[in-house]
Design a protein around this ligand. Structure first.
Ligand SMILES: [Zn+2]
Ligand SMILES: [Zn+2]
Length: 284
């Protein structure tokens, strides 16, 4: 007798049993309601395909994946392309040099799709822009998303058994530590506006804190983040002060609920005087 993967009961026919007892799981495994667009389902691992199908069903939207050149996503490896006026799809862009079956490819697709899952299925709030934004304001608002939403996304990936941290993260932290020792400006490309550069450094500090607090990592990696924190306390005391305020907000509110997450995000929008540009909305 087979065992049901969901309720663990002995069953003679898995497909029939899933269809009647667990219709959502049946949809994920055999359904065709939402198609993965842009790539072939055989281009990715079975585990990732199952996860993306689950997100499409729970979010009631297709996922569209576009392979793009590096410069099209401004140096990033992958991005969740949120459009506050068009919510018909979960759109993901991934750097074409990343193989979809590599650990980085799996991490990137699972990570970006989970951003869509939070907004369209779990009811997390996202910014609605009142009008076109200046680059520094738009980038700052995206940065807040990266800082706050990624904590929730990372915890979901950890629970689902996907690679949580990009393989580019720790090399970057090591580079930041080295740069701090040698006075080299590691944030040159984020320096087009001093305000944005300040915020970007705050983001890096909060991000590292979030990894230390919520994600299981090796002792060696913990040590790297401790060193990062120590040298940044010396080099960037003003940034540390703001970052600690944000970390406290995260700690005092439940970031793992849409309302707590909204409260935290709103308080950073207020802190950075961006609150007149956007409204946090539910898109579920
Ligand atoms: Zn069952
Ligand atoms: Zn993210």
């Amino acid at each position: 007798m087979k065992k049901c993967p969901i309720c663990n009961e002995n069953i003679p026919h898995r497909k029939k049993h899933l269809k009647t007892e667990h219709p959502e799981e049946y949809q994920i495994r055999y359904g065709t309601k939402f198609k993965l667009e842009g790539i072939d389902i055989s281009d990715i691992s079975q585990k990732l395909a199952h996860y993306l199908k689950k997100i499409m069903i729970k979010s009631a939207r297709p996922i569209k994946i576009s392979k793009v050149k590096e410069q099209d996503i401004s140096g990033m490896k992958a991005a969740f392309c949120f459009n506050d006026r068009d919510h018909s799809k979960i759109r993901i862009e991934i750097n074409q040099t990343i193989s979809l079956k590599s650990p980085e490819g799996v991490h990137s697709l699972a990570h970006e799709a989970t951003h869509g899952y939070l907004i369209y299925s779990k009811g997390y709030y996202a910014p609605f822009k009142f009008h076109l934004l200046r680059k520094v304001d738009g980038d700052s608002i995206s940065l807040i998303g990266g800082m706050i939403d990624d904590i929730v996304v990372n915890c979901i990936l950890q629970k689902e058994g996907f690679p949580v941290i990009s393989e580019f993260y720790f090399p970057m932290v090591k580079d930041e530590i080295n740069a701090a020792h040698t006075e080299r400006d590691v944030y040159r490309e984020f320096s087009y506006d001093p305000k944005f550069k300040f915020r970007f450094i705050v983001y890096r500090i909060v991000y590292a804190w979030g990894i230390q607090k919520f994600i299981k990592i090796t002792k060696e990696k913990q040590k790297i983040l401790e060193n990062f924190r120590k040298i940044y306390e010396k080099k960037y005391p003003k940034h540390i002060e703001i970052a600690d305020k944000i970390c406290k907000k995260i700690q005092d509110n439940d970031i793992f609920t849409p309302e707590g997450h909204k409260y935290i995000t709103q308080s950073i929008l207020n802190l950075w005087k961006l609150d007149h540009l956007v409204e946090l909305k539910s898109y579920k």
